[in-house]
Design a protein around this ligand. Sequence first.
Ligand SMILES: Cc1cc2nc3c(=O)[nH]c(=O)nc-3n(C[C@H](O)[C@H](O)[C@H](O)COP(=O)(O)O)c2cc1C
Length: 319
Amino acid sequence: MRIFLAPMEGVVDFSVRALLSGIGGIDGCVTEFVRVTHTQLPEKVFQRFMPELNNNCRTQNGTNVKLQLLGGNAESLAINAQRAVNYGARAIDLNFGCPAKTVNNSDGGASLLRSPERVYNIVRAVRCAVPSDIPVSAKIRLGFEDRSSYMDNATAVAEAGASELCVHARSKADGYKPPAYWDYINRIREAVDIPVVANGEIWNLEDFKRCREQSGCEDFMLGRGLMAHPDLARQIKAHIAGEEYQCLSWREICTMLHNFHRGTVDHYPEKYMGNRLKQWLMYLRRHYPEADVFFEAVKRQRDAASIERIFDEQYAVIS
Ligand SMILES: Cc1cc2nc3c(=O)[nH]c(=O)nc-3n(C[C@H](O)[C@H](O)[C@H](O)COP(=O)(O)O)c2cc1C
């Protein structure tokens, strides 16, 4: 069984991938999407999205990272995939799931699911453009306006030669509204002959068990659930191995957040000081009630000293 960390634009960047994969239980990561239009992207763009290119496409603890591309022009995607491989990428993932209006209006992401033929052409073009030892995978939703095209798009991906398919079990119209329709993934899994990765709405161990049962999958991708519960993958792996597992305490999470904040503070302009920390606390609130209190205390703080003071106050309350 494998568990992957989902790509999340504006959330799961290099530092979050390093941190979460360092906690353990994660078998692979995917970068935020790199938007491909008609230009040939320079190396620095790939480097910006994937600093792991300098580390043999691995996070600090050695977890593999795939580069994700998004676009609607098969030829341009093929050229840029090839360029990315020349710059060191070792696996390419194609995004057919993004629901954002700006992306869909400029012909990318989930809007392509309206035409399985285009999905096929894109996967085929990229598959043919990169060496055969470079895996090309795709990430889809179940459809655009509704879920009726789910099988056509899934088979298009498989027939075009993709090595793996990740299915976020909702249509674009379903947005992020629960539930996720895991039973659709089961039908896809039975119909295609490539590994199928189940994704969507796995927030805790119970969700995982239900997703596994309904999808029949052995591979899973977790996004928001790992942000809310950073050791969820470890808990799931321990469950599968029949081992006892003690989830990370709020104190351990606080230390993790503190390291994350200190390690990333220099990467962002001063006016965004603390924004990533606040964003992460919003996710953590779902699993740790203490994160709510922390968030309320930190939300108006915009300078390094004030944020450090809030951390000190947290530690004082915990110990
Ligand atoms: C803030 C945010 C950004 C996302 N960015 C991407 C992305 O860049 N590429 C992609 O394929 N999916 C992206 N997704 C979708 C996730 O990878 C995943 O499919 C979705 O969140 C459902 O899984 P989850 O319930 O485990 O979070 C994003 C989701 C969120 C919430």
